[in-house]
Write a protein that binds this ligand. Sequence first.
Ligand SMILES: CC(C)(COP(=O)(O)OP(=O)(O)OC[C@H]1O[C@@H](n2cnc3c(N)ncnc32)[C@H](O)[C@@H]1OP(=O)(O)O)[C@@H](O)C(=O)NCCC(=O)NCCS
Length: 184
Amino acid sequence: MFVVENMIVEKFIARNGKIVVLRTPRWEDLDDLLDFINSLVREEAPILGTREVSRIEEAEWLARRLVSVEKGEMIYLVAEVDGRVVAGAEINMHKGHKSHVGTLGIAVKNGYRRIGIATKLMEVLVREAKKHGLKLIVLDVYENNYPARALYKKFGFKEVGRVPKAIFWKGEYVDEIRMALDIS
Ligand SMILES: CC(C)(COP(=O)(O)OP(=O)(O)OC[C@H]1O[C@@H](n2cnc3c(N)ncnc32)[C@H](O)[C@@H]1OP(=O)(O)O)[C@@H](O)C(=O)NCCC(=O)NCCS
């Protein structure tokens, strides 16, 4: 891994032989990120968004994000394959008495899963979170999101809470699980 100004870059070969670049996002990623989020919405992925977003909405979202990254309020990485962004992962830093805590989010585009991209993104995020002085990473996951739960378990996240029926997904109520990883 090497750091160029604000851009953290890591390159690795995925399990399908493709070269994957992990880097901080840039404004030119807008159309890829738009395509990415809307592909997740269309497949009814277990994420909170349920409505496809417009290019303007995505542009506003990306602008806010780039400012947050610049201000050090979040760590946000994208994964690029063949010049297209196919995954994103972030840690949002909390404030005040919770400034040692960050909330993690991650998603990989359908068609690029099971080749180790999330694993690498998580490795880099945890490493960066430690560098930023975070002590605890938390996240929320749908009870029936087995791929994500397996991923988090692999990194040592523990289930620390559960809100019954917090999610309505694909026609049924699903529990939401809170997981935490102590990185102190
Ligand atoms: C969860 C997700 C991020 C995993 O990404 P990925 O790049 O496919 O994950 P990896 O290839 O790095 O796999 C990492 C581990 O996750 C687990 N995993 C991933 N996909 C899995 C699946 N379909 N079934 C079971 N376990 C799975 C395995 O433990 C795997 O480790 P292994 O390869 O050593 O078996 C991806 O499936 C995704 O983006 N899903 C939709 C969005 C989402 O659910 N985000 C999380 C919201 S909380």
